[in-house]
Design a binder for this molecule. Sequence first.
Ligand code: NAD
Length: 357
Amino acid sequence: MKKTVAVLAGDGIGPEVVAEAVKVLEAVARKRGHEFAFDERLVGGASYDAFGDCLTDDALAAAKGADAVLLGAVGGPKWDSLPAAARPERRALLTLRKELGLFANLRPAKVWDPLKGASPLRAEIVDAGIDILVVRELTGGVYFGAHERGPDGASACDTMPYSACEVERIARVAFAAARRRRGAVTCVDKANVLETSKLWREVVGRLRDAEFADVALDFMYVDNAAMQLVRAPSRFDVILTENMFGDILSDEAAQLTGSIGMLPSASLRGDGFGMYEPIHGSAPDIAGRGIANPMATILSAAMMLRHSFGLPAEADAIESAVLGALRDGATTPDLGGYSSTSAVGDAVCARIAASGA
Ligand code: NAD
C-alpha cells in the first residue's frame, strides 16, 4: 500500500517524538511491504519563527493533500505573548481541526500491564482492567454555539446547539469502534436536564436499532459517568459523548492511566482521513534533552494505520511491539526508566522487525 503522511512535528519535544513514530512507520513499511511517503512541514512556533505564521497556507495544503496527518505538539513560552488568535495552539491546532473537518475525536485510555503501578487508582480497581475509548464530538455543541454577554455586562449566555445529523455521524463512529473492541457503547449526557441530550438519546438509540443491533448500548448521566470512571472504570468500553462532556471526561480517563507520555489520539472526518497526535503538549521543560517518551506518538501512528489506512494487523503489530518494549524495560524517565527517546523508538522497531510477517 502507498500512502502519504503530512508530518507536522511542531515545537518542543514534538520533533523528537515524531521522529520515533516515523521510524516505527518505516519499520512497519519494510516488514509488511508498504510505501509511506513523509511530507514534512513546519507548524506552530517553529513556523511562526520562519514565516511569521503558525500555520502557513503551504502547511495546510500539505495536510489537506495527504492521506493522513501526524502531528507532534505546538506551543511554548517563546510564543505565549503573541495575540491569542496568532498563538500556536489556536492558529495551528484549531485551524487544522476546522479546515480538515475533523468532527470525531478518539482518545483511548488504557493501562498497559507493565505500567499498572503508574495509575493513581487502587490496585484492585486497576486489576479489573482499564481500557476505554472516549469518542468525543469535536466541532459542535457549546464551544461552537453563540457566546453572548448582556448589555450591562452582568449576565452571559452560551448556547449548546446540536443537529440530528451531527449526533448521528459521531454515533456511527462510536458504534463502529465498539464493533472492533468489546462491543459496548455508553452514551454520556445530561438528559434529565438538557434538550440536546434528549435529542442525543433519540438519535443514538435509533441508529443503534437500525444499524448496530449487535452493539450493546446504555445511557449514563455525565455526573454519574465522572464518578464511575474512578469507581469502576472496567465497566466502560466506548464512551460516546458531546464536545464539552468529552473534553472533561477524556482528561479524567487519561489520568487514570497515570502517564501522559503513553496516550495517543485521533481526530477523524467521515471518509477515514484523520489527524493523529499524542495528547501531551510540547513539554518545553524537557525539550532537547532526548528523554521525552515517544510512545504516545508511536501509538498515534498505530491509530493512523488502523483508522485511516485500513491496516489493523500493522496497527496491532505496533501495539504488541510497544507492550514488548515496556515489558523489557525500554522506558524513559517519566516512567521511572533510563532509556532515551531514540532508544525507546529503536526498541519498538526491533520488535516489529522480529515479529512474524
Ligand atoms: P505538556 O503536556 O507539554 O507537559 C506537562 C508535563 O508532562 C511536563 O512536565 C512535561 O515534561 C511532561 N510530559 C509531557 N509529555 C511528555 C512526554 N512525551 N514524555 C515525558 N514527559 C512528558 O503540557 P504543558 O506544560 O501544560 O504545556 C506546554 C506547552 O504545550 C504549552 O505551550 C501548551 O500550550 C502546549 N500544548 C500543546 C498541545 C498540543 O499541541 N496538542 C497540547 C497541550 C499543551
